[in-house]
Design a protein. Structure first.
Length: 306
């Protein structure tokens, strides 16, 4: 399983070994936030400046695999070039004394949208769902404008930051560009160096992703549409599918019901229609860009939430 970008202190976090990250002295390890098939994520403190950061490091057993080292370097380089309030910031990249690649991200107290929905035991209100969705779209749109396709948009990768003051609004940030792809000037996907190509989370696959076809930014809009569907209805259209094959077939063949049919709150017909456009099987039938989708969502919010 791919490593998720954990940015909050988990109740399951363990105290790290006092030796730190294989002798890395620039950052002092405070705790282990999470780990997956590729590596670990640690809450750390800058040894000289004292501020908290998150350090993502590749597993020692994988550090000799050039393609994985390169994938991690690419993620760090891509994120370091993206400067937007709704995208996680990367501030450093390097190798530990034991030759394990790592990169450093901003520390974000808060939780994922998956965790926030679980706390509530249901969906977001219409106004809040649109507010959060517009922030996520702003971050995605910024990445798309720079020829980057995320390819793993899901509620686990949308992070709801705790506000700095009680009066401040909560900010959504898009996380984990570890399986992103870059597009060339013609819009065709190319794979820099040895970046792996089998990626994504089946529950949020676009149909073209499930079929192994070329992707562009509209695959992210499909996955975003599924996220918005869950935010409004409290569940996804294909949650009855229990196997990888069932989920993949549903993305390719099944027409989802409008979110209003599953939601416990009223959903305007115009929003039903827009969500279904996002999750259209044919990419040409989806919104053409994150900016276009954001304009439509903003208009719906103005009409129904003010």
């Amino acid at each position: 399983m791919a490593l998720s970008a954990w940015h909050h202190e988990s109740t399951m976090a363990k105290k790290a070994e006092p030796s730190g990250l294989d002798g890395l002295t620039k950052y002092r390890v405070l705790s282990l936030l999470g780990q997956g098939g590729m590596g670990e994520v640690h809450l750390c403190e800058h040894a000289l400046l004292g501020h908290r950061v998150v350090v993502k490091v590749l597993h020692a057993a994988l550090a000799k695999r050039a393609n994985l080292v390169d994938r991690m370097r690419l993620e760090a380089q891509v994120l370091a070039q993206l400067r937007h309030p709704n995208l996680v910031r990367v501030s450093d990249f390097g190798m530990t004394p034991a030759n394990r690649p790592y990169f450093v991200m901003e520390y974000l107290p808060g939780c994922t949208l998956t965790e926030e929905l679980a706390k509530r035991g249901g969906a977001f209100s219409l106004a809040e769902a649109l507010h959060l969705a517009l922030q996520a779209l702003a971050g995605l749109g910024h990445a798309h404008e720079r020829s980057l396709v995320h390819r793993d948009v899901k509620l686990d990768n949308l992070f709801l930051c705790e506000p700095p003051t009680p009066a401040s609004p909560r900010v959504v940030k898009v996380l984990d560009f570890g399986v992103a792809k870059l597009l060339d000037a013609s819009g065709a996907v190319f794979v820099p160096l040895a970046l792996p190509t089998a990626v994504g989370t089946p529950r949020f696959f676009a149909p073209e992703q499930a079929r192994g076809l070329p992707l562009d930014h509209r695959a992210d809009l499909y996955a975003f549409g599924l996220c918005l569907y869950v935010m409004l209805a409290g569940r996804g259209p294909f949650d009855d599918c229990t196997s990888f094959l069932e989920v993949a077939r549903a993305h390719v063949l099944r027409q989802p019901v409008p979110p209003s049919e599953l939601a416990t709150q009223p959903i305007p017909a115009v929003l039903d229609a827009l969500v279904l456009r996002c999750v259209a099987k044919d990419p040409d039938l989806r919104p053409s860009s994150a900016a276009d989708l954001a304009r439509d969502l903003h208009a719906i919010g103005t009409a129904y939430c003010t």
